[in-house]
Design a protein around this ligand. Structure first.
Ligand code: 13P
Ligand code: SF4
Length: 332
């Protein structure tokens, strides 16, 4: 089924009570067992979807789980590129996503035609693509990275080799600055949710909670300025961290700080509060909500398992080329 041929989905009314949620959870678990399906959910999913999943994690964790699972069916509760990545890793399995139109503004910020022109302008360069890209873009890339391993992957590329990094300019700038890598061109794409998290708001919230640890996702528009502020002593360096969503979970579990201020999409707060219940977890910006992630609801997940649709398909030739970039990332 193509992304535009939409099935008729049940309306997105949320389960109204804890009893309703529990009964749908039981049905979802029963259907998952019946179809030998594994449910993978991104950290930004709504709480009732996270709570029924077999695995909840960041983009890297989801890709690793998808590459390892023995299940016959993979249900990806996340946005479309995450489901596509699971399909690329499992061309012979059924990969489902509860809403095919759950897109990503960042993945949409570069087309394959634009990438081909960019590559022609820099024929000697290696292309490093953030995982938030379409399969077609990955197929034109040498390496794939996620926020969880971007520094390690870029560092593994010989220093004399020029790099085209896409599509997130804030993540790209952070990598370039952190590694001091001069020969790296960066595409001017952004995620509208993270770009909207403003330095002034984060600083103001931090000032209101002075002992709090500051966790910043590298897609944030404020990343470089906050890291710069920490370097200049305006923020405490030892408690200011740039991390993937899973990195934030690990930090919250292990840090001695009692309050964490989190600059990323607010869906992560549920996971953080579950994993570190003794901590006070606060959003750096409560408006940081990804409407694409929220398109996946519990009734849609149930419907997907009842009908084994909608399915995600990736052209075999594109998938084979995209897989090389993903495999290179997973091996680093
Ligand atoms: P993570 O891989 O850090 O979970 O990020 C995914 C994403 O879409 C961020 O907006
Ligand atoms: Fe894409 Fe941004 Fe939503 Fe992540 S938060 S899925 S990068 S639009």
């Amino acid at each position: 089924m193509s992304r535009t041929a939409l099935p008729v989905l049940p309306t997105a009314q949320a389960a109204t009570s804890a009893a309703d949620t529990e009964s749908i959870h039981q049905e979802v678990r029963r259907l998952a067992r019946q179809h030998d399906a594994v449910i993978l959910a991104h950290n930004y999913q709504v709480p009732e979807v996270q709570d029924v999943a077999d695995f909840v994690g960041d983009s890297l964790g989801l890709a690793v789980e998808a590459s390892r699972t023995p299940a016959r069916v993979i249900v990806m509760c996340g946005v479309y590129f995450m489901a596509e990545t699971a399909k690329i890793l499992n061309p012979d399995k059924i990969v489902l996503i509860p809403d095919l139109t759950a897109g990503c503004s960042l993945a949409d910020s570069i087309t394959v035609e634009q990438l081909k022109v960019w590559k022609q302008e820099h024929p000697e360069a290696l292309v490093v693509s953030y995982v938030n890209t379409t399969a077609a873009i990955k197929a034109e890339s040498d390496y794939c990275v996620t926020s969880g391993n971007a520094l390690a992957v870029v560092e593994s590329i010989p220093a004399n080799r020029p790099i085209l990094f896409l599509p997130d300019m804030y993540l790209g700038t952070w990598i370039k600055t952190t590694l001091g890598r001069k020969n790296m061109e960066i595409w001017a794409g952004e995620c509208h949710v993270h770009a909207g998290i403003r330095t002034s708001e984060v600083r103001a919230r931090h000032a209101a909670h002075p002992g709090s640890e500051l966790l910043i996702h590298p897609e944030c528009g404020c990343t470089s300025r906050l890291v710069w502020a920490a370097g200049k002593g305006a923020l405490p360096t030892e408690t200011t961290h740039v991390l993937s969503t899973e990195g934030m979970v690990k930090q919250a579990r292990t840090s001695p700080a009692t309050t964490m201020l989190v600059a990323t999409e607010t869906g992560l707060l549920h996971r953080l509060r579950k994993e570190a219940p003794e901590k006070t977890i606060l959003a750096a910006d409560e408006r940081a909500v990804c409407r694409y992630m929220k398109q996946i609801t519990l009734p849609k997940l149930q419907h997907t398992l009842q009908t084994l649709s909608p399915r995600v398909e990736v052209d075999r030739e594109v998938a084979a080329r995209a897989r090389q970039a993903i495999d290179r990332m997973l091996s680093v």
